[in-house]
Design a protein around this ligand. Structure first.
Ligand SMILES: [Zn+2]
Length: 123
């Protein structure tokens, strides 16, 4: 139980310190640097538990691998680098985009925006 709690906090720490959404594999890689015996199945189990407790949120875009980020409650816009395939969480400074006009009978409840381009490391 104690080991379990430690691994959970370690995984949360990895996600917090990353400052960008990470794939489960990246999270596992970073966690293993500090806790070499942590398994990939354990990593997935902790990610699921952390997401259920709203400590982390899943970041899912079409054509992108699923990632996780810290649920810090900030407004963020995601930026995908087409060169290194990293996903960044940027402070959202965009104006609210009005939802698209849709045919009668459809009710828009939300929309998602993902920016893509080249990150500073790849410029
Ligand atoms: Zn890049």
């Amino acid at each position: 139980m104690k080991r379990n709690t430690q691994q959970g906090s370690l995984i949360l720490e990895v996600i917090k310190s990353a400052k960008r959404p990470l794939t489960p594999l990246e999270i596992h890689q970073r966690a293993s640097n500090m806790y070499p015996r942590i398994g990939i199945a354990t990593t997935y189990r902790h990610l699921k538990a952390l997401a259920e407790k709203n400590r982390v949120v899943g970041v899912d875009y079409p054509g992108q691998p699923p990632r996780y980020e810290w649920a810090d409650g900030e407004d963020k816009v995601h930026f995908a680098c087409r060169s290194c395939d990293k996903l960044f969480a940027l402070k959202d400074t965009t104006e609210d985009i009005p939802p698209a006009k849709v045919p009668k009978g459809f009710t828009v409840q939300g929309f998602e925006v993902m920016l893509y381009g080249v990150c500073p490391e790849c410029e």
